[in-house]
Design a protein around this ligand. Sequence first.
Ligand SMILES: [Zn+2]
Ligand SMILES: [Zn+2]
Length: 216
Amino acid sequence: MRADPRSPFVVNTHDLGRRPGSMRTLQLSAPAPADLGTELLGVPVGSPVSLEFRLESVMEGVLASGTARASLAGECARCLEPFDDEIDVEFQELYVYPESDAEEDEARRLDGDLLDLEPTVRDAVVLALPFQPVCQPDCEGLCPDCGARLLDDPGHTHDEDIDPRWSALSALRSGSSDSSTGGARSTSRTTGIISTDIEETSVGRQHADRADEDEE
Ligand SMILES: [Zn+2]
Ligand SMILES: [Zn+2]
């Protein structure tokens, strides 16, 4: 595994001297690389990742163990609302010496004296993130009828079927049943029905508008 000496996640283990038992405690803060997280939740690129860790020389290589802390930005899997969080995760990984017999795919490897913490931190962060992140544990998601965010509108209910598509249909139906009078919407009875339908439709629109604003 090649380690880029300019990467802020790469540390030089030279002064451990390959003496089993020798140890060093380090702290560093590095800007988050791209894709440090999952599709819905992760550390924003460039925001600081704080590492506190220990490097321990062992027989086969160097054992790195410590914690990584960072802020998170994500999108709720239920209501799609953006939210912030923090992560504080432990990691431990053995980096074998370059000449070790260990198979490449079962061990991380030192590159000379250089040890690249980035893949280890990435694995720890991704593993610790929830598969379905939520803005808050009791998020109720979106109304299946109108798309309103239910947390913003406690007790949100629909007394009747207000789906605008159905309202439009019933308005059409009222209009066509009126054709015998020679012109749709000419009688006061029909006008009354149509205006009721329009009111219900606009209630549906208000919910939809609110959901749109939430996404921005
Ligand atoms: Zn939510
Ligand atoms: Zn609704």
